[in-house]
Ligand binder design. Sequence first.
Ligand code: FEO
Length: 171
Amino acid sequence: MITKKMEQALNDQINAEFYSAYLYLSMVAYFESLSLSGFANWMRVQTQEETTHAMKIYDFINERGGRVTLKALAEPPAEWKSPLDAFKAAYKHEQLITARINDLVNLAIREKDHATNAFLQWFVNEQVEEETSVDKVARELKMAEDAPGAMLMIDRELAGRVFTPPAPQGE
Ligand code: FEO
C-alpha cells in the first residue's frame, strides 16, 4: 500500500512524463517542418520512451493498491529558434525531470516507503542516460553551427535511433 501523499506525487509524475512525451512530439512536428527527418525520428523515439516512463508509474500505482488519476496536459511550445535551441530546451527539461525524480525519492524516504524508493531507482539511473543522450546531440549541434553539411550528417546519424522497450523492473 502507498500513502495518499506518495500516490498524489506519483500521479503528478505520470502527468510530467506524459507532458514530456507531448513536448517531444511537438519537437517531432518542428523538425518535420524543417525536413530534418532524422531529428524528427530521434524525438519520436524519445516520445515513445516517455510514454513507457508514464506507464511504468501507472502500473506501479495499481500494483501497490493506489488509484491512478489523470490530469490535463499543459500545451507545449510549438516553435524553437533552431535545432540547437530545441535540444537545449530538451536538456533543460530533462534536468527538471531529474529534480522531480529526486524529490520523489526524498518523499519515499520520508514516508519510509522502501518499495517506492526501490522502484524509483530505475528512474534515477534512467535520468542519467536521458540527460547524457540529449546533451550529446546538443553538443554536436553546437559544433555544427554555421556548417550546414555537418547538420545533415547529424540528421543522418539520428535517423538510426530505434525504440527499445525497457526491460521489466528487476531485470
Ligand atoms: Fe521520462 Fe525524459 O524523462
